[in-house]
Design a protein around this ligand. Structure first.
Ligand code: SAM
Ligand code: F3S
Length: 455
């Protein structure tokens, strides 16, 4: 069947596809939009070519991710030329940042929502079907207004739960405060109620989300207390959170890793640079020494804590010496995983005035140096795990007779087994190792709802 004569589904069985760029917050936002459309009677399809409505949820953190949107819109425009009934929606950070400019540059867009107005997608889509583009970019709207029950979680094992929207930091390179606004914390009772409901529906693991989730504070409840309250939900097997800012790590949070049975020993703690000069310019609010002290505090409470981080290379003015400081910091901490980004100038950020003086080739060289160093470390560490036993929560079927899951330290493990094992916790004997994942053999009994042992 050609695109031209593909029939549109009758009302009630219209089909939608969602494409998501960016972080877990965006994944969670897409899950909300998908849930709202399912509640309206739409059916979900994976391929935009099969959909009557395609929603693109965008990321603005780097210029490349913004450009991806316009490439994708070009493809969708060609699809729409063949099937004029197709409707196209754009949401998230680029929509918030660019506003109506998206419509000027891509007039094929029918629905445009910001980061706070996703709940209005079905209503704006109905308006667009009537011939009027549906646009709502209101930053002041309540971003927690999608009911928990409506969220269509993309995994049946791990569920994301938003704890904070926005960010109060002013990192010189980062566009997020402009796109997601200042911090708004969700009441702890609402977060805990969502965790309870997820556990009752069979979810094994919950990941609390926020750009700086550990800055959480609402009505006298701080982040450590929020973690304790989530941990106390009967039946929850694993609790995680992301992303944390080093400035908000204190003894109470470190202690939570020692004390709370479900809280997994894994923390993503972006450092961005190992050079004090660059960190000050980035306005990160800590020095290299302070970051290392924070790592010591955490490891003092939880020696086996797995730590991952983000680093930016080629920040304006980053000299060879500054970069050497980052290389040595990465070596000194010994991260379990590292995400290295090439600096990308973003509109409205304070670093924009510095230009982009580090040549692209040099950024790429630094990127490669750090990645190779990190891959060597990970390969060596993972090799040492061969022969040990790991508790793995199986969260994906990856092929016929093949599943993958995560250890409590968030390491990926591949095992052979039937699809019915999805969602189960098994003991795995590690039989092989690469830099980014482990291979194992189911060794012990399958668990449906065991609580993790105290550390
Ligand atoms: N909230 C997190 C934190 O505490 O740092 C970071 C959120 S940001 C969406 C994710 C990562 O993207 C950052 O940690 C940073 O490494 C990277 N990033 C942000 N802005 C960037 C830019 N302009 N160029 C390159 N990488 C950038
Ligand atoms: Fe961005 Fe810094 Fe906040 S990296 S999300 S402004 S902590």
């Amino acid at each position: 069947m050609t695109e031209e004569n593909r029939p549109l589904a009758p009302p009630g069985t219209r089909r939608f596809a969602v494409e998501t760029f960016g972080c877990q917050m965006n994944v969670n936002d897409s899950e909300k939009v998908a849930g709202l459309l399912l509640a309206e009677g739409y059916a979900r399809v994976e391929d935009p070519a099969d959909a009557d409505f395609v929603f693109v949820n965008t990321c603005a953190v780097r210029e490349r991710s913004t450009e991806k949107l316009y490439h994708q819109l070009g493809r969708l425009r060609r699809l729409k030329e063949k099937r004029p009934g197709l409707r196209i929606g754009v949401g998230g950070c680029v929509a918030q940042l660019e506003g109506r400019r998206v419509l000027e540059r891509a007039p094929e867009v029918d629905v445009l929502v910001g980061t706070h107005t996703l709940a209005r997608v079905p209503e704006l889509l109905a308006q667009a079907r009537g011939g009027m583009p549906g646009v709502d970019l209101d930053r002041a709207a309540d971003s927690f207004s999608v009911p928990d029950a409506a969220v269509a979680h993309s995994s049946s094992v791990r569920a994301y739960v938003t704890a904070i929207e926005g960010c109060n930091h002013v990192c010189s390179f980062c566009v997020v405060p402009r796109t997601r606004g200042t911090e708004v914390c969700r009441p702890a009772d609402a977060i805990v109620a969502e965790v309870e409901s997820l556990v009752a529906r069979g979810y094994a693991e919950v990941m609390l989300l926020g750009q700086t989730v550990n800055a959480y504070r609402h009505g006298g409840v701080d982040f450590a207390e929020l973690l304790a309250r989530a941990d106390a939900v009967p039946g929850l097997r694993r609790l995680r959170f992301t992303t944390s800012h080093p400035e908000h790590v204190g003894p109470r949070m470190a202690e939570a890793f020692r004390r709370l049975p479900t809280l997994c020993p894994y923390l993503h703690l972006p450092v961005q640079s190992g050079s004090d000069r660059v960190l000050a310019d980035m306005r990160r609010g800590y020095t290299r020494a302070r970051y290392l002290e924070t790592v010591d505090l955490l490891r003092g409470r939880r020696p086996d804590l797995a730590l991952t981080s983000d680093v930016i290379v080629g920040y304006p003015g980053e000299s060879e010496d500054d970069f050497a400081d980052t290389v040595s910091l990465v070596e000194e901490v010994g991260f379990d995983g590292l995400f290295v980004f090439l600096y990308s100038p973003r509109p409205g950020t304070s670093a924009l005035r510095l230009g982009d003086p580090v040549p692209e080739e040099e950024k790429k060289r630094r990127f490669q140096v750090l990645n190779e160093q990190q891959q060597r470390r990970q390969a060596g560490r993972n090799q040492c795990r061969v022969g040990t036993s790991e508790e793995v929560l199986l969260d994906a079927v990856t092929g016929p007779g093949r599943l993958s899951g995560r250890t409590r330290h968030f390491r990926i493990v591949h095992v052979d087994g039937p699809p019915s094992w999805l969602g189960r916790t098994i003991d795995v004997e590690i039989t092989g190792a690469g830099a980014n994942s482990l291979l194992g053999r189911a060794a012990g009994s399958l668990t449906l709802a065991a609580r993790a042992p105290m550390f």
